[in-house]
Design a protein around this ligand. Sequence first.
Ligand code: NAD
Ligand code: GLY
Length: 367
Amino acid sequence: MSAQTVDVELGARSYPVWIGHNLLPSYAPLLEALSPYSQRFLIADEAVVETYAKPLQAALQTAGILTHLITVPSGESSKSFAQLERLCDEILAHQPDRKSVLIALGGGVIGDLVGLVASLLLRGVAFVQIPTTLLAMVDSSVGGKTAINSRAGKNLVGAFYQPKAVLADLTSLQTLPPREWNAGYAEVVKYGVIRDAAFYGWLEENRDALHKNDPAILTHAVQHCVAMKAAIVKADETEQDVRALLNFGHTLGHAIEAETGYSRVLHGEAVAVGMVLALKLSAHLGHCSAALAEQLTVHLRAMGLPATLHDIQKDWSIDALIKHCYGDKKAEHGRLTFVLARSIGDAFVEKNTPESAVRSVLEIELG
Ligand code: NAD
Ligand code: GLY
C-alpha cells in the first residue's frame, strides 16, 4: 500500500497524484483527504461498480466516511448534457453544501463529466479523481480539463477545474479490457514523441513488459507520464502555450472520432492514427524525415493499435475530416493549427498549417 506521489504545483490549487499498486479501497491518505467534507458523492462508471465502487464505499464506511453512490452508464455517450443534468439533479436532491466532494471513479469519461459537474454545482465543489483506465491515469485525471461533448463536436463544453487529489491504483488496470489498455498506451507514447526522446526509447525497449502490466515497469511509465503532465500543466494551466503539445495527434484524432460516431473507434485509437498523420504532415512540410512516421507506425502496431486510416474500416471523406479540423479548439481565426514534430521528443505548435498540405497528406494516405 505504498505509493509514489507526484505533486501538481498550482499554488493554492496544488494537489497530489498518488500512484501505486493495491491502494484501493482503503489507502490512508485518500481516507484522510475525504474525511473533512460534509457530504461525499461517489460517482462511478457502471463497469466498475461491483469491482471498485462498492468495496471503496464499504471501506470508507468502515472508516466512518459515508458516501452516496451514483452510477453512470459506460461509454463516450455519457459525456452529454443529459448526464450532466441528471447528475446535478441527483446530487442536488441530497441538498449538498459547498463543503461537499464528488469522487470520480472510472475512466476519462467519468473524470471529464464529474469534473464539469463539480465546477458547476453551487458554483464549484471539490472533486477527487480515481482513474481506472490507463488513459485516465496518464492523462485525463491530471490537469483539470473537464468537458462534455456537444452536437458540434467533442469536449466543446467544459471548464478548467482542478481536482483536490488523484489516486491511480495500477492494480485496477488488471480488469481493463486489452483494447482499452492499448488505447491508453497511445497517450503514453505521445509524451515521448512530444518532449522526451529518452522516454520514447525506454518505451521501445520495455513495451512488451509494459503490455503485460509488469508492476515496476508500469509504475515507472505512469509516474513518468504524470510527472511530465504535471510540469506542463504547471507551466501553462489554461493552454495558452506549451500545454497545446499534449494535443499531438488530436486534431485529426478528434476528426476521426467524429466521423466514426464517437463509439466505434476509441479515443486512444483515433489519437494513434492522428499522431502518425501528424508526423506524415510534419515530413510533408519538411520538418522531419518520413522515417519518423514509419518508426511510430511499427511501434503502435506492435502494441495492437491502428496507425493508418486504412486500419479503420470506413469510406473516408477528406473534406469531412478537414472540416472537423477547422472546428478544433486550437484553430484560431479560421486557420488550421496542428502539433507537428522535428524529431522524436521535439514537437511544436504550427498555428498556420496550410490546408493544402493536410489535404495532400490525406490524399496520399487514402490513395
Ligand atoms: P472510458 O472512460 O470510456 O473507459 C474505457 C472503458 O473501460 C469504458 O467502457 C469503461 O466502462 C471501462 N472501464 C474503465 N475502467 C475499467 C476497469 N478498471 N476495468 C474494466 N473496465 C473499465 O475511456 P478512457 O479511455 O478512460 O477516456 C476517454 C475519454 O477521456 C475521452 O472522452 C477523452 O476525450 C477524454 N480525455 C480527456 C482528457 C483530459 O485532459 N481531460 C485527456 C485525454 C482524454
Ligand atoms: N489531454 C490534453 C491536456 O490535458 O491538455
